[in-house]
Ligand binder design. Structure first.
Ligand code: 5RP
Length: 227
């Protein structure tokens, strides 16, 4: 357990996790408000002389990293990432649901390209059994087919609609997002495998392979669990 000087749980988790990063590392930069605190802390460390290259998981993280002075690279140039730091919508142990920011496809590609995958969350995201709707990135052409396939798996999917935009959310990759409610997910790995087999789903938001979790608490402390 580590103590921060402020009591914003997301900030505490993000800033603590940024301390995992060492000089000369290639770093996956996650998306969302908690990962943003890690990116800002990395920016401060870069300003103090640390050398790193960031691989962004979205336009949001690319823009923020550029503002913070973090030099960026691509997976083409650096296919092996040292550490990825990202947020989550819900987490049970070392399995998470991501995609609240519609970025989970790139987030998963970056996570799977990383030697270490750290999640940063506030304590409200933690649960015993995952039950959050699972974000699905879907090819627009396959919209109706995906609704049917999700139904066959026992879920109910809804197209995510834009806020400050009429019509559906369009991802950074030009696709739709559906949120698929399966109720309590007793076997997330198995559901993930079944979703991976559905035609028209580009990627689902169930993430396994997490090795470290930073949980920010209301009192400013951060609980760190590692595999
Ligand atoms: C984006 C994500 C985010 O990491 C997730 O939605 C958590 O966001 P926040 O830290 O703002 O609560 O998966 O696709």
């Amino acid at each position: 357990m580590k103590q921060s000087t402020h009591n914003n749980p997301k900030q505490a988790a993000g800033e603590q996790a940024a301390q995992l990063v060492k000089n000369n590392m290639i770093v996956g930069l996650g998306t969302g408000s908690t990962a943003a605190y890690a990116i800002k802390e990395l920016g401060r460390r870069v300003a103090s002389g640390m050398d790193i290259l960031g691989v962004p998981t979205s336009y949001q993280s690319a823009f923020l990293a550029a503002e913070c002075g973090i030099p960026l690279t691509t997976l083409d140039e650096h296919p092996a990432i040292d550490i990825d730091i990202d947020g989550a919508d819900q987490i049970a142990g070392f399995t998470a649901i991501k995609g609240g920011g519609a970025a989970h496809t790139r987030e998963k590609i970056v996570a799977l390209s990383s030697k270490k995958f750290a999640l940063v969350v506030d304590e409200s995201k933690c649960t015993d059994v995952l039950a959050h709707p699972v974000p699905l990135e879907v090819l627009p052409f396959a919209r109706k087919l995906v609704l049917k396939q999700v139904e066959r798996l026992g879920g109910k999917a809804e197209l995510r609609m834009g806020v400050s935009k009429d019509g559906p959310v369009i991802t950074d990759n030009g696709n739709f997002i559906m949120d698929a409610d399966f109720g309590k997910i007793s076997d997330p790995a198995s559901l993930g495998e079944q979703l991976s087999q559905c035609t028209g789903i580009v990627e689902h938001g169930i993430f396994t392979g997490v090795d470290t979790v930073y949980i920010g608490k209301k009192d400013g402390s951060v609980e760190i669990t590692s595999l």
